[in-house]
Design a protein around this ligand. Structure first.
Ligand code: HEC
Length: 142
């Protein structure tokens, strides 16, 4: 007679634990803001109630210079972003000229807020508000 020894090794339950660590997290450098488009800039800068230009004007009139200076800085950033966009219509040269003027006047507004010069703020804001039509005529697609 043959004796057979069967040894059954039963491996019961094995677990594979896979730990997936999600993402590494973005560093500040990874999430640089994309360039805002012209439409977004127009709304932010010129919006009737809370556009930057309106805000600067109001703050300056109220003598809230810190607010005026802060918003004037934001306005300058927007003005730079505007120049970096391509216009939907019109010549590149004209766009360069008009956006340069827009930046220059925004800069003058900022300087006036630093000097707490209410008149300077008002005059240069007026200048920007007088420039909307020229640029739209040349570069707006409607
Ligand atoms: C340097 C050129 C330039 C100047 C200055 C400018 N704009 Fe514009 N604006 C544009 C262009 C280009 C468009 C069209 C954007 C598009 O269709 O993508 C536009 C669009 C707009 C729009 C429509 C935004 C939308 O899509 O809903 C408004 C509102 C507007 N501008 C307001 C103003 C006002 C108010 C001023 C003056 C205080 C002004 N803009 C000055 C170039 C300019």
């Amino acid at each position: 007679m043959m004796q057979k020894w069967f040894r059954a090794a039963v491996l019961a339950g094995f677990g594979v634990v896979a730990v997936v660590l999600a993402g590494g997290g973005l560093t500040a450098d990874d999430k640089k803001d994309p360039l805002p488009d012209i439409s977004e800039i127009m709304k932010k800068a010129h919006g009737k109630t809370d556009g930057y230009l309106g805000k600067i004007g109001k703050a300056a009139k109220a003598g809230k210079w810190e607010d005026a200076q802060k918003t004037a800085k934001d306005q300058l950033i927007l003005a730079d972003a505007l120049a970096k966009n391509d216009p939907p219509k019109g010549e590149k040269k004209s766009w360069e000229k008009l956006t340069k003027e827009y930046i220059a006047t925004s800069k003058k507004v900022e300087e006036a807020t630093k000097k707490e010069d209410a008149k300077g703020v008002e005059e240069n804001l007026k200048k920007i508000f007088g420039s909307c039509g020229t640029c739209h005529k040349a570069h707006m697609n409607k």
